[in-house]
Design a protein around this ligand. Sequence first.
Ligand code: AMP
Length: 209
Amino acid sequence: MKLIFLGPPGAGKGTLAAKAVDILNLPHISTGAIFRSAMAAATPLGLKVKAIVESGKLVDDATTIELVKERLAQDDTKKGYILDGFPRTIPQAQALAKFSSVDKVVNFELPDSAVLERLGGRRVCRKCGHNFHMIFDKPKKENVCDHCGGEVYTRDDDRPEAIEKRLEVYRAQTAPLIEFYRGKGLLVDVDARPAVDKVVENFKRSLGM
Ligand code: AMP
């Protein structure tokens, strides 16, 4: 099954994708995670995108499309994949349609007030990428990942100025994808407001599982 996860920043796409990977046994491809690990390793790609990603703006379409095209050419994606954070613009969606077919687009819906609350408290493990939240899901030991012992930090793009920018970018460039995919009959809406387990249930139901 080839799935796209759509939704505003903070809707929980990364967390839900991690759960969906276990349920569906598919590779999870997060363009944001690929950019962050390239930045941490200071590769040419990482150096190129660092300032853009940290500001909350989008990396250019050509760079992002090429990255996903190469990733989807790898063998592990033959049985399907979960694309999280791509496409984020109409040109990216049009490019994707040329090199891969998609079965369903899952649109995780979350109002702006909840986006701000969630992103403001989000913390991420630098090593394994696990997401924590300072109100809803704190690490047991301050700044230490429960799962791998890595350092838990605030993403630069989760700082208040960048959060506003990301929401603005989402509304202008990514939200139009909802109607784009609805028009193709591929969209399913999932309410992302409840706790994770409930959202997972809603997600499974949306796929008829
Ligand atoms: P995410 O982890 O999905 O929130 O992505 C973090 C950041 O990576 C975004 O704010 C963008 O700067 C960049 N990024 C991720 N995916 C894309 C994409 N499909 N197109 C452009 N930029 C992206």
